[in-house]
Every structure is written in C-alpha cells, then in structure tokens.
Design a protein around this ligand. Structure first.
Ligand code: ADP
Length: 260
C-alpha cells in the first residue's frame, strides 16, 4: 500500500511516497510559497519518480503551515505531530527535536513512544529561522547551500550582536565593508541562529538524543554552532527537510492499516 505525505511549508513544499509505512519510494522538495503551484509540482515529481499513479495512493495526508489550502488530502494533520512521527521513525532514540524551517523554529520534547510531550516555538521573528540565513546569504552573494562550506573555513567567528534581522543585515554589511572575511561572517551568522534557537531549546529542556530537522538542519555551520551552544551531539539525517512529509505519510499508513 502506498501513502503520500505532503508538507506545505512557508518556504518549500515537500512530498514523500511510502510503501507499507517503511520504504521511501520517492521524495521531492520544491521552493514555493503557500498559494503557488508548488504543491501540484511536488506531487507530480514524486508520482513521476516512483512511477505510481495517483489512484494507486491509498491515503494522502497534508501537513505544514499551508495544509488547509490543499483540498486533495484525506487528512490534515498538525506539523508538530507529523515531525514527531517522522523523527521517531528515523531516530527512535530522539527525545529533543530542533526544527528550523523557513519562517519559524520549533523545539519538541518526545517521550519513549515518540509522542510529543512539550514544545516551544518562535514564529514571531525572522531571527533564528531560515529567513535570517536566506537574507544574509543574499547580502554575501552566496547560495544558501554554500553557507556550510564557508563557515567551515572560518578562522575567527565574527560577532553579530544585533538580534533583529534588519539591524543584523546592516551589521553584516558594515563588517563586510571593514574587511571581515566572508567565512568568519558566515560562521557568525550561523552562530547567531544557533544562539537564538538554543535559548528556545533550553526552555523545553535538553534530553539526548538531540536531533535537528527542517531545511536549516542541512547547514553544518548551524549544526556545529548548536552543538557548541548546547554542549551535546546533534544528530541529523540527509532527509532532515523531509521529516514532516515523512511523518504525514506514516500517519496515512497508520490510518489505512487500522481500517484493514
Ligand atoms: P518550511 O517548512 O518552513 O517551508 P524548510 O524546513 O523547508 O521550511 O526550510 C527552509 C529553509 O531551509 C530555507 O529558508 C533555507 O534557509 C534552508 N535551506 C534550504 N536548503 C538548504 C541547503 N541546501 N543548505 C542549507 N540550508 C538550506
């Protein structure tokens, strides 16, 4: 039985097709905002990649910020529940999940069964989210995927003192003008995100295993800064950005299984 999980985020749409709640047959990430045709595109991508026809999908579950805008789903499930399901599937030992997406950051505390027992969220301010990194990468004329390699070359982490994205943007521009090396600036930018989200995480309480999900988890500069801030090892998976969509597909599998 095939299930389709769709995660409609603020910055990207993600989809996963699962076979029998285990095997990921296809996945796709499309940069798109809510209300665009990103959802149609991401579904088309996973159907094409897997060779499965739409009518063969046993259950479709939508999650994420824009889940209500998609009418083709059998269920609409909160992103917190889907993230917890996806993470528990990949990292059964995970007790703390740090999820940094395009416009928010969430920290979830999970129990042994993978159920969420507590969470905190920042969706009020761009600092400590992917948006902050996107803005800074743009100033430095770097692709978002280049931040990790630049941060790794840093000799001295630049200090970014402004917590506000707009002020931090001016600070980065003036440091750039005064000759601060780009790798040092990038490491400072990554550290700034890590410091913001680590303080959120400390409010929930850090219990190992700690893992990161969401698009920003792809950035090794932020992962390393987070590990330093929290003093713990940070687990992540190459599919970190797909955890919500994976959780949605797993939710669908649970539903079809229970119907029999
Ligand atoms: P949402 O679910 O809110 O749409 P995502 O979890 O997809 O957000 O994360 C989007 C963010 O991930 C982007 O704002 C960007 O900062 C970051 N990101 C995306 N791809 C990469 C990459 N290859 N390397 C580093 N960061 C990335």
């Amino acid at each position: 039985m095939y299930t389709l999980g769709i995660d409609i985020g603020s910055t990207t749409s993600k989809a996963v097709i699962l076979k029998d709640g285990e095997e990921m047959l296809a996945s796709s990430i499309v940069i798109a905002t809510v209300g665009t045709d990103g959802v149609t595109q991401v579904i088309r991508n996973v159907l094409d990649e897997s060779g499965i026809k739409e009518e063969e999908i046993g259950c479709t579950v939508a999650t994420g910020y824009g889940r209500q805008t998609y009418e083709g789903a059998d269920y609409q499930v909160s992103e917190l529940s889907c993230h917890a399901l996806g993470i528990h599937h990949v990292f059964p030992g995970a007790r703390t999940v740090i999820d940094i997406g395009g416009q928010d950051a969430k920290v979830l505390s999970l129990n042994e069964q993978g159920r969420m027992v507590n969470f905190v969220m920042n969706d009020k301010c761009a600092a400590g989210t992917g948006r902050f990194l996107d803005v800074m990468a743009n100033i430095l004329k770097l692709d978002i995927s280049e931040l990790e390699t630049e941060a790794a070359k840093a000799e001295k982490v630049a200090s970014i003192s402004s917590t506000c994205t707009v002020f931090a943007e001016s600070e980065v521009i003036s440091q750039l003008a005064s000759g601060t090396a780009i790798p040092d600036l990038v490491a400072g930018i990554c550290q700034s995100v890590a410091v913001r989200v680590a303080s959120l995480a400390k409010r929930v309480g850090i219990r190992a295993d700690v893992c990161m999900s969401g698009g920003v988890a792809k950035n090794g500069g932020v992962r390393e800064a987070m590990a330093r801030e929290l003093g713990v090892e940070i687990l992540h998976d190459e599919n970190a950005q797909l955890m919500g969509a994976l959780g949605a597909a797993l939710y669908g599998w649970d539903k079809v299984k229970s119907v029999g």
